[in-house]
Design a protein around this ligand. Sequence first.
Ligand SMILES: C[S@@+](CC[C@H](N)C(=O)[O-])C[C@H]1O[C@@H](n2cnc3c(N)ncnc32)[C@H](O)[C@@H]1O
Length: 194
Amino acid sequence: MNNFDLDIKKYGNENNVPITLDDTLSFICKTINENDSKQILEIGTAIAYGSISMAENTNCEHIDTLEINEDRYNLAKKNIAEHNLENKITCYLLDAIEYLKNCKKKYDFIYLDGPKGQYINYLPYLVKILNKGGIIVADNLNFHGMVTGEIPVSRGCRSMIKGLKNYIEEITNNPIFETEILNIGDGIGITKLK
Ligand SMILES: C[S@@+](CC[C@H](N)C(=O)[O-])C[C@H]1O[C@@H](n2cnc3c(N)ncnc32)[C@H](O)[C@@H]1O
């Protein structure tokens, strides 16, 4: 049984801060443990609900997590400190692409939960920093039914949905990957680098 922080979840829900759904997080924690993933990267920290959950419910060694919004970053740092996890979670205030372009570290597991339209642009960098056999889990691949066409794509979402479709096509068809798309939460892709 996973232990997720109900106060952080309540704050997120009441203040319109997007946080990962619990069934998605449970799947992520299970996958990290089953694959014995030690070094984790999360793109999109928000207020650290996901990173704290991963730190407290898996056997991982370290989590780096990236956030562009300063208010959320400050709250994330506070939440991480309150859980005494400063040694296990490092939160960076920056645009994820800057981190990815300069990253020299290697990861076993990457949780992709930042700007949805950018997943496809991040992918070439992720391949470089992921160990062989490493895993990428990408959230919101259904994007509330807009990717599958169940609901019409609103004008402001067109380029993001196009980006998500391109991401799905690439992880599904590129032979360097082994991918499963699962109907968990808002749709997740689990991709192994062969
Ligand atoms: C869905 S939320 C992340 C939720 C978090 N993973 C959790 O488990 O609770 C997405 C976050 O990505 C951040 N974000 C958006 N664009 C970004 C970028 N270019 N670089 C880093 N973070 C970004 C947003 O500010 C937002 O807080």
